[in-house]
Structure formats: structure tokens, C-alpha cells
Design a protein. Structure first.
Length: 228
């Protein structure tokens, strides 16, 4: 691989989650307990020499006790261009100031992508207002960004209205659910794709297995692992 190419590493660091979404593409749940080791994480980061963006996924990555160790190691390589964290936001109150502090100390851009959907709203109907609070707090730091990943079923226009009423549409990626993971048999939705703005990318399961760019293969693998 051309070491000058910029890549993104999509790393599922745990299959444990505190939301149990019925459509989860990664088959994560509160009953799962696989957490990637720091040794395995380092192996992934060290196997390529490229400058990279790091996307930490799950499960719920904020549940991982080694989260900040992962981030520090990535930054210490001198090749990390950005850290992106996908979260349902339920633990963000406890982590936001730590993450802001991490950004200031390392000067590495951080993007927090918060999931918003009907299932999470059913758990916490203040989710949109909390996202607004997180967004307002993030404005003090030009290298710290809050983005909403808004996943819709057909007919979920009410969620879009909540987002618009909160003034958050400009930081929202709004798209429909996809037919893989626990929704693999929901044929009314499209198969997943990665829309990418970087040279190359790679995706990893929570045990470190790499699946290249095949989201469905990674999802099926996570399903098989928890079914054993």
C-alpha cells in the first residue's frame, strides 16, 4: 500500500451496548461482553504506515475502559489525523469534558457522531435536547465537532421535525435504516454502503478481524461469534 495514502480505520472495539436496538447492524447487546484488548488494537494500528483517521465503533465504545488508552496510542504514532467516536450518547455526559480535554492536549480533531432514532428516543425522549446541549458545549472548540446520525424508518418524519425544531439539521446526517444486521430480512430497506471522502478504508470486528470494506461480512461474523 502507498504509505502516502490517507486511510480510515473503522474499528469495532466492543460488542457490548446499553441500548439493545432491535435493528442493530453489529448484533450488539447488553448481554455481550467482548472488549478489544489494547494489544489487538495496537496490532491494527501498527500494521499500516499510512496517516489515518480513527473511527471507534461498537457496540457502545464509551463502555470500553481502554477507550482513552486506544486514543492516546493512536495519537502517539504521529500518524493520526482525526478521532471519530460513534455513540448513542447515553454516556456522553460523563465523557464530554474528558474528550474536550483530550482534544486540547493533543490538538487532534475529534468528531462525536451521536445516533438518533425511534428506539433511542423510546429509551430517552430528551435525546434531541441533550444533543443540542452537547452541540452548544462543543462550539467553544473549533476542532471538536458534534454530528447526529439520524436513522429513520419509513414514516419517522416526526424525528426530522424534532431535529429541525432544535436547530440541529445542519449537523445531522439523515438517512434510512439499512437491511443488514438484525434488519437483514427487512427487504424494504437498502443494503449498506460507505460514503467516503478519504483515499482508502478498512473495517474491523471487535476481535480484530479485518473485513476490508465488506460491512455485511463483518456484521455476519459478529452474529456468528455471539451465536457460538
Amino acid at each position: 500500500m502507498d504509505s502516502k495514502k490517507k486511510i480510515r480505520q473503522y474499528i469495532n472495539i466492543t460488542n457490548s451496548c446499553n441500548a439493545d436496538c432491535e435493528f442493530c447492524c453489529m448484533w450488539s447487546s447488553s448481554e455481550n461482553n467482548t472488549f478489544m484488548s489494547l494489544k489487538e488494537f495496537k496490532k491494527i494500528i501498527d500494521e499500516k504506515d499510512n496517516p489515518f483517521e480513527l473511527q471507534l465503533e461498537g457496540g457502545e465504545p464509551l463502555l470500553h475502559k481502554k477507550l482513552y488508552s486506544f486514543m492516546h496510542y493512536a495519537v502517539e504514532t504521529g500518524r493520526c489525523l482525526k478521532v471519530i467516536i460513534l455513540t448513542n450518547g447515553f454516556l456522553l455526559d460523563k465523557h464530554l469534558y474528558h474528550l474536550l480535554d483530550f482534544q486540547k492536549k493533543t490538538n487532534i480533531p475529534i468528531v462525536i457522531k451521536i445516533s438518533v432514532n425511534y428506539w433511542l428516543y423510546g429509551i430517552d425522549n430528551q435525546i434531541v435536547q441533550k444533543c443540542k446541549k452537547f452541540y452548544e458545549l462543543s462550539k467553544t472548540n473549533s476542532k471538536f465537532h458534534i454530528v447526529l446520525n439520524v436513522r429513520l424508518r419509513y414514516g419517522d418524519d416526526w424525528i426530522v421535525k424534532l431535529i429541525e425544531d432544535a436547530g440541529l439539521e445542519k449537523i445531522s446526517n439523515i438517512f434510512y435504516l439499512q437491511s443488514y444486521g438484525r434488519y437483514e430480512n427487512e427487504t424494504e430497506y437498502s443494503k449498506p454502503i460507505i460514503v467516503q471522502n478519504i483515499d482508502d478504508w478498512f473495517i474491523y470486528a471487535c476481535d480484530g478481524t479485518c473485513f476490508g470494506k465488506d460491512l455485511i461480512a463483518r456484521s455476519d461474523y459478529e452474529k456468528r461469534r455471539i451465536s457460538k
